[in-house]
Design a protein around this ligand. Structure first.
Ligand code: 5GP
Ligand code: ZN
Length: 123
């Protein structure tokens, strides 16, 4: 897609703080972080939105989801499965979909947001 900002980031034609890449996915820091850790996981292929996905994207969507805890761990907001709710760490994953879902960039992406529960106003 010629006019898509995330396609341009995936192609390397506009810069980003890239933290991960493989044949299917890239990940980088959100330019306007809503929390101490705010990462975006983005497929290289242009797909407008989660609502445009079908069975062909099952594996890629699984990869996106499984990458989230790895990147969270690497950026200091990981969570150890089974550690319980009194443990520290953890993150939020978010896929905004459509206007009422708050989607601003129409290239599928998953937010990984972490660090001191910013969405609750707690520190
Ligand atoms: P959405 O609202 O579509 O779910 O989220 C889009 C996200 O992309 C926003 O959090 C916004 O800050 C981020 N974003 C928009 N343009 C750029 C950019 O050029 N570079 C980076 N790194 N993030 C961007
Ligand atoms: Zn795109």
């Amino acid at each position: 897609m010629d006019n898509c900002i995330f396609c341009k980031i995936a192609a390397g034609t506009i810069p980003s703080k890239l933290i991960y890449e493989d044949a299917d996915l890239i990940a980088f820091h959100d330019i306007n972080p809503a929390a101490p850790v705010h990462l975006l996981i983005v497929p290289r292929a242009h797909i407008d939105t989660l609502a445009g996905c079908d069975d062909r994207q099952t594996a890629m969507l699984g990869k996106m989801l499984l990458l989230a805890p790895k990147l969270a761990q690497e950026h200091g907001c990981g969570y150890v499965a089974g550690a319980g709710e009194t443990a520290t760490g953890g993150f939020k994953t978010l896929v905004n979909t459509g206007p009422d879902g708050g989607q601003e960039v129409y290239h599928l992406h998953m937010h990984v947001i972490g660090g001191s529960r910013p969405w609750r106003g707690q520190r």
